[in-house]
Design a protein around this ligand. Structure first.
Ligand code: AMP
Length: 210
């Protein structure tokens, strides 16, 4: 089963992605994680990506599509994959159609008023990627799951979050129609409720697809 996870930044894609990938044995491919790893390692792709991610803008399509196209040829993708953060615009979606077959698009709709606070208060574990909201941490700086150090993503600041939400509205949201027309959209509503509640709903639908 090959899936796409769609939703605004802060909608809870990362948390759902881990749960979905675990349950259905899928490879979790996050383009944001790929860029962050390249930036950390100081690769050529990282140097290029940094100038865009720092501003909340999209890394050029040719670079992003080439990375995903290559990643999907790896042996592990034969068991199925979950794309998280890709495609981000219509060009990428059309390119993806040329080299992949997608069975379903898990779309998490969420009230955008919730997102600024969620993202600016987000703390992420450097080791396992689990995310938390600062208001629930009571001053703790390590991950409850694995003990890793928690950090604030450089692009989780009000200015960059504003830019990322604008990019989502203008470029990514039209993908909802694109995949609705293809008949493969699976719509869900994110909220303040715990991620487990949303995952129960996702599971009920994906169990029938798997
Ligand atoms: P994310 O972790 O998905 O929020 O991605 C962080 C940043 O990486 C984004 O703000 C973009 O700058 C870049 N990025 C991630 N995925 C893509 C993509 N599919 N196309 C272009 N840029 C991307």
């Amino acid at each position: 089963m090959n899936l796409i996870l769609l939703g605004a930044p802060g909608a809870g894609k990362g948390t759902q992605a881990t749960k979905i990938a675990d349950r259905y044995g899928l490879v979790h491919i996050s383009t944001g994680d790929i860029f962050r790893a390249n930036i950390k390692a100081g690769t050529e792709i990282g140097l290029l990506a940094k100038s865009y991610t720092d501003k909340g803008e999209l890394v050029p399509d040719e670079v992003t599509c080439a990375i995903v196209r290559d990643r999907l040829t790896w042996e592990d993708c034969k068991k199925g994959y979950l794309l998280d953060g890709f495609p981000r615009n219509l060009f990428q979606a059309e390119e993806l159609d040329k080299f992949a077959h997608i069975d379903g698009v898990v779309n998490i709709n969420i009230d955008h008023a919730l997102l600024m606070d969620r993202l600016c208060g987000r703390r992420v574990c450097r080791e396992c990627g689990e995310s938390y909201h600062v208001s629930t941490l009571g001053g703790k700086t390590t991950c409850a799951r694995c003990g890793g150090e928690l950090y604030q993503r450089k692009d989780d600041n009000p200015e960059t979050v504003g830019a990322r939400l604008a990019v989502y509205n203008e470029q990514t949201a039209p993908l909802i129609d694109y995949y609705t027309r293809k008949g493969i959209i699976l719509n869900f509503t994110g909220s303040e409720a715990p991620a487990e509640a949303l995952f129960e709903e996702v599971k009920a639908v994906l169990d029938k697809l798997a």
